[in-house]
Write a protein that binds this ligand. Sequence first.
Ligand code: PMP
Length: 433
Amino acid sequence: MQTQGNNMDPWRGLYAARTAGLAASEVRALFAVASRPEVVSLAGGMPFVSALPKELLTAAVERTIHDRAAVALQYGSGQGMPKLREQILEVMALEGIHAGVDDLVVTTGSQHALELVAKLFLDPGDVVLAEGPSYVTAITVFKSFQAEVVHSPMDDQGLIPQGLRDTIARLRAEGRRMKFLYTIPSFQNPMGVTMPWERRMEILEIARQNEILVLEDNPYGLLYFDQAPPHAMRSVEEDGVIYLGTFSKTLAPGFRVGWAVAPHAIREKLILANEAAVLSPGTFAQTVVSEYLSTADWRGQIDTFRGVYRERRDALLGALAEQLPTLSWTVPNGGFYVWLTLPAHLDSKAMLPRAVKELVAYTPGTAFFADGTGRNAMRLSFCYPTPDFIREGVRRLATVINGELALLTEFAQTGPVSTLPSEPEGVLPPYAG
Ligand code: PMP
């Protein structure tokens, strides 16, 4: 479908080389399917915004228009509104970060911060180091600046320090230029795992020794279930870390308000890049968020979210233990995601059409790797469906996976096994819309 569309595009010869990697991601293709009400979607990472206090948000919007229109409806600073930046300092203090109000730049969601950092640092052919697997749309951004994303291995405690040393040594030997390490240390997307403090320190030390910046992306750190994750890497390293935060998961993604904290010189460039891209991040959304933070019990609200997501995580883990006891999965202590590993011969992408027919959706593991690995894995998001839907979704998923496994057993003696009819590589399945 996509190929056909490109062939019919009369302008296809004019696009910049950097657009070559801009194909619809698997996550994006899935949204069309997942939005059908009969499908239990364990695919997208949509926060459960219905748990927000509507009256308080309505009041914040009203005050924004009645009392602060002159600012909220006007262009603003390319660095973001000073009052909101002060409030963000309070949010970050919860994760051990002590910064000044001038150290941070408000962005249009942390996604835009990723774009700006990539724009500042990446030339074609540069290498970005990332966890394997890593956040799909960060990979897309880095690729769009013609960088190569090279994954470094993980276990259930995040990045493995020795693995990172080995990856860096190999790339050095190949003469590659590494610009930064992109990492999500707490409740990682997509694995849900968290790096212990000692590992964070070791990773920072490796980055220092190799003169590589650390891009610490932390959308989920405050959404812990049992105990808080270790403090952010930025809490102990100011010069070598660019830290990204967002209100998307602790408040609502619709505001598109995120931020970056960066060492002085980088921050100055980030502001210029922000101005070049959007003049100023949306003042209306910044004012509403600021009003909300001033009047609502936002810490209490984060606690409410924790309760909601904890219950959903428990529902997912319980259902997996019941329905798919022979498989293995990560056990997140916060955030939105569980990473499920299938037997080696199963292909989660090839299996997806069958899953959708059974009315359940997930994100295939390959979406989270730049190098095509992850076929026998999938990300399950527990943030959006209710616990009952999650249990029903896992029942449906088990039907699909057990069906595939039965086929494998049936054909085990007849030679190499392929899974159910698979889509040709690179062509989006028809349900992608
Ligand atoms: N980083 C990670 C790891 C994410 O999971 C997301 C959203 N899924 C983002 C960044 C972007 O978030 P936003 O732009 O809404 O702040």
